[in-house]
Design a protein around this ligand. Structure first.
Ligand code: SF4
Length: 429
């Protein structure tokens, strides 16, 4: 489970900041960290993710990846069978054999991630030792790393955090004394290109995105590196970058017009760009995005929304829904709350907002049914039962799989929240 990791001090932003945080420990309804492989393997095109797990793990990945399995995907599962579990064969030997076959068949793989799962954890398979041994066998052509995506240790988006944390240790040391910017968190390429255009348009020329599109082209890091998170679930990665001397830029997350504007202004301030220059560069895109929200606002203004905990995106999403779409926040669940990273977001939530960290799913379902919100954002497993009770739902996973960051995507994000309501209105007509 996660610890609250001290991140270097983030100054408070304006706002009331007196939200109520309820903590719950009970049965949870969330995916495990293996799910992150779906977007990580799309992003790093020369990496391969080998889950050391069971048939359940393989099924999870194949169903989450959908049609991708018909192409030759860059992920797979080394199945731990009954003989392995019974200690009848040496799992390390089996792993060496599978990896040898894989790398011979796929010579374009430059980074191989061994991904731990519940079964590998249960049999106490030392994946660190396995990665070291396999790295010795296959370097320099292939770098072999490991991290855990097991459901015992991680939820949903924590898999990306664990993966990026493992990569941070591999980043080369930056010698250049000029300050550079690193944008941290997996973003769709279209979003990355738009954000890069705006950042470079402000005059910041040394900008890297992490993770990179090619895993062997790792950006350098050092004491002159300033980094900003593009995703809210990367506390361990942030801590690892700080340990390499980099400094975090406190900011809102780039969701919605306000989130993206403030995120870019925070970058500008940290990188010595004049406020006016930043405002001038972002104004046209911000104005366009603002106009594009009108249709969704018309549907959602005044409606209430309830978030079940899923991806750690819930708090920035709630801020966007409330401040830019006029929605009322009934409850904002999050699987884990990193108070320092989330401080700028929490400060903008209305006073008395109910934030719930962790989960006791039955109690939370009772509260949700009692509140009867207009829209519920929840995991796949809860959506059908809630729809059956007459509630309107949105699958939280769609908000992770769809590009929603930045100005150009603000309307898409709003559309994801308004679509279930439009559907309901059509059915009622
Ligand atoms: Fe299930 Fe654990 Fe495998 Fe995730 S890692 S699919 S929770 S067995």
């Amino acid at each position: 489970m996660r610890r609250d990791i001290p991140i270097q001090a983030i100054p408070p932003t304006e706002g009331c900041g007196d939200v109520q945080v309820r903590q719950e420990r009970g049965q949870r309804e969330v995916f495990c960290g293996l799910t992150g492989i779906i977007w990580l393997h799309r992003k790093m095109q020369d990496a391969f993710f080998l889950v050391v797990g069971s048939r359940t793990c393989a099924h999870l990945l194949q169903s989450a990846a959908g049609v991708m399995i018909f192409a030759e995907p860059r992920f797979g599962t080394a199945i731990i069978g009954e003989r392995d579990l019974a200690g009848l064969v040496d799992v390390h030997d089996e792993l060496d054999r599978i990896v040898g076959q894989l790398l011979a068949r796929r010579p374009n793989i430059r980074t191989l991630f061994l991904v731990g799962s519940c079964p590998s954890e249960v049999i106490k398979l030392d994946l660190g030792r396995a990665a070291q041994r396999l790295h010795g066998l296959h370097a320099p052509q292939v770098r072999v790393l490991h991290y855990s995506g097991s459901g015992i240790e991680t939820t949903f988006t924590q898999g990306e955090d664990a993966c990026l944390q493992a990569l941070v240790e591999q980043l080369p040391e930056r010698e250049d004394p000029a300050p550079n910017l690193m944008v941290v968190g997996t973003l769709a390429e279209v979003v990355e290109d738009q954000l890069r255009g705006l950042i470079e348009g402000m005059g910041v020329s040394q900008v890297d995105f992490f993770p990179p599109r090619q895993s062997h082209e790792l950006p350098a890091v050092g004491p002159n590196t300033r980094f900003v998170l593009a995703q809210p679930f990367l506390a361990d990665t942030a801590r690892a970058l700080q340990a390499r001397g980099a400094e975090i830029i406190p900011a809102l997350f780039p969701l919605g017009v306000e989130g993206t504007s403030r995120w870019l202004h925070a970058i500008a301030q940290a990188m010595g760009v004049a406020e006016a220059r930043c405002a001038e560069v972002i104004a046209p895109a911000a104005a366009r995005a603002e106009r594009s929200l009108a249709a969704a606002r018309e549907v959602l203004d005044g409606k209430s929304i309830f978030f079940f905990p899923d991806s750690q995106l819930e708090i920035p999403l709630a801020r966007f829904a409330q401040r830019e779409l006029g929605m009322r926040l009934t409850e904002v669940g999050t699987p884990y709350l990193h108070r320092q990273l989330m401080a700028p977001e929490l400060a903008l939530l209305p006073s008395q907002t109910e934030v719930c960290e962790g989960q006791d799913v039955d109690a939370q379902l009772d509260r949700c049914l009692a509140a009867a919100p207009d829209l519920v954002v929840c995991g796949l497993g809860l959506a059908n039962p809630l729809e059956a009770k007459g509630l309107t739902t949105k699958w939280a996973i769609e908000l992770v799989f769809t590009p929603i960051q930045g100005f150009e995507q603000a309307a898409d994000l709003a559309g994801l929240l308004s679509r279930p309501w439009r559907r309901r209105l059509k059915l009622a007509a």
